[in-house]
Write a protein that binds this ligand. Sequence first.
Ligand code: BDR
Ligand code: CA
Length: 319
Amino acid sequence: MPDPKPVLIDADPGLDDLLALVLALRSSALDVRAVSVVAGNVSVDACAANALRILEAMDIDPPPVFRGCAESLAPPVRRAGHVHGADGLGGVAHAWPVRRLRVEKAHAADAIPDLARRHAGALTLVAIGPLTNVAAALQRDPEGMANLREIVAMGGSGDGRGNVTPRAEFNFYADPQAARIVIRSGLPVTLVGLNVTEQALLSRKRFHRRLAAMQEGPLRQLLLGATGPYFDFAMQRRGKDACPLHDPLAVAAAIQPDLVQTRPMVCDVADEPGAARGMMTAQPAEGDPDREPGASVAQVAMGVAVEPFLDLFLNTVCG
Ligand code: BDR
Ligand code: CA
């Protein structure tokens, strides 16, 4: 077995962030060195408290948690309480008071490049919220960030679809300027967007069947208690009792890259206010003679092995 891959997860928990964090923390293929939190689905303070709640519910030696940016680089702020609950945890946060853990003193935008330096060339950053912390880190310490092995981000869509507006995905809509900065950073970036995550649907029935067989304890209780509204929202939106595993698919792409098929694409994100805000464009990079070498090319996930991914997810989270 190869050594576990060191990763830092930047998140805005969030219900699919909850599932993604549990997947990452329970995967023997990953070594989660830190969690950083950013404002997104709910405020940065609520996201930080939720990250601590999730870690406390797990029987693990917890990684440090760093609080990050409270505001998007491109106001106005956008939240998603209608999807994740006003507390970001499906309305159950009050039942999970934070007892033992605290956030670290350092700001996420300093902690991310520091950790990248300490793991020179080896650290994968999995970003599953708006990219504000990552962009801030790139602005504060580009040399430190150059030590990252890779950034895998859940955001945008390889086919131009949206979930906030008809053409903008939430994380890119919430901070399009940050998304642009990250895509243009010249670092190796993989984008796992709606075109693939909306294929990665987990039915409530299948999840509950696996939860029923899971070892009794706080984590099972949290997963069962928190995720109801996420399935309800999916049902209301798509008429199917199955939710898209957006953030877990980005984590899975770090665990087992061949679960997604990627293509190098020249990408951009519209950051002006108005109807186009947050819209991602992606053109195949091969054979484009005018593009600057490397500049805004990302590996864009264009296909997903749905069943192998769901198996990996359920076996790791509920196994
Ligand atoms: C993304 O938006 C958020 O609401 C989810 O947590 C996920 O990161 C999906 O568009
Ligand atoms: Ca998220």
